[in-house]
Ligand binder design. Structure first.
Ligand code: FAD
Length: 230
């Protein structure tokens, strides 16, 4: 049996997250509700009523609300192309229509659609913490194993160029390797193994690469070495 809470402000959502043991934010719900989900928390804090969705321009930056769906990102006229490519990696329209950028980033999956692109873009995140609003780099947020702050938005330089590559057995399969580069920042997510980012094209070597369902360690090493070539 699960309980669901409907906070009316971001501050209230964060307070609930701190007060209720084993609670999670409920965004698109595509991970929380899927069969075999990694999340079994009994308390869901529904953030769909908060004004944290939509995409806007702000003084040379593109600001993407955390509740913005991957489909809204794909069809935006102002989001940089490689960030749109990352959102389009979620192959079905049904998934893109529900899954949010905030939920995808917060999950820290090593076959993540968005994480490599957002790290390569050197995006910042706006957070609501128990102490109030904070702006951090996405890398800093990502570096913390667990964070009870609520992601409010992602801030990306307008017109930022980059490339995004994802290799999977089929468009609907989990990715073996996902990689992105932008302005000399490289980022790799390797299934079953981990995520690395930095200013070296071979930063993927920091990851202890393992065999899994998506392919052997050797296969993933090869993909990592060639995906961002050229
Ligand atoms: C068929 C299928 C295939 C999938 N394949 C992939 C895949 O290949 N790669 C992949 O990365 N994901 C995959 N997913 C998982 C999921 O759909 C996506 O990661 C999605 O983007 C999660 O977003 P959501 O809004 O649905 O998150 P939810 O399920 O609502 O929440 C997921 C987690 O994110 C946290 N969260 C949500 N919003 C915020 C916020 N604003 N601030 C802080 N924390 C927050 C929640 O607390 C929860 O822990 C798949 C799911 C399905 C059903």
């Amino acid at each position: 049996m699960r309980s669901i809470f409907h906070p009316s402000t971001a501050q209230e959502a964060v307070r609930l997250r701190h007060e209720i043991d084993d609670s999670v934010y409920f965004a698109g719900g595509t991970e929380i509700m899927r069969l075999g989900s990694s999340i079994s928390s009994p308390a869901l804090i529904d953030i769909s009523g908060l004004p944290i969705s939509g995409i806007r321009e702000d003084d040379g930056y593109v600001v993407i609300g955390a509740m913005t769906t991957l489909e809204e990102i794909c069809t935006s006229g102002i989001v940089p192309g490689f960030i749109k490519d990352a959102a389009a990696a979620a192959a079905s329209l049904q998934l893109r229509n529900a899954a949010t950028i905030g939920g995808n980033f917060a999950l820290r999956r090593d076959d993540s659609f968005m994480i490599p692109a957002l790290l390569a873009a050197e995006a910042d995140v706006m957070l609501m913490c128990s102490e109030g609003l904070k702006r951090k780099s996405a890398a800093e947020y990502f570096g913390k194993k667990e964070c009870r702050a609520l992601l409010l938005s992602f801030i990306i330089e307008e017109g930022r160029n980059g490339r995004y590559r994802r290799v999977a057995r089929s468009s609907h399969s989990h990715a073996a390797v996902t990689a992105a580069v932008s302005n000399g920042t490289y980022s790799y997510a390797i299934s079953g193994s981990g995520i690395a980012f930095g200013d070296q094209h071979d930063v993927w070597k920091e990851i202890e690469i393992k065999d899994d369902l998506t392919g052997s360690a050797d296969y993933k090493r090869y993909l990592s070495s060639v995906l961002l070539e050229g």
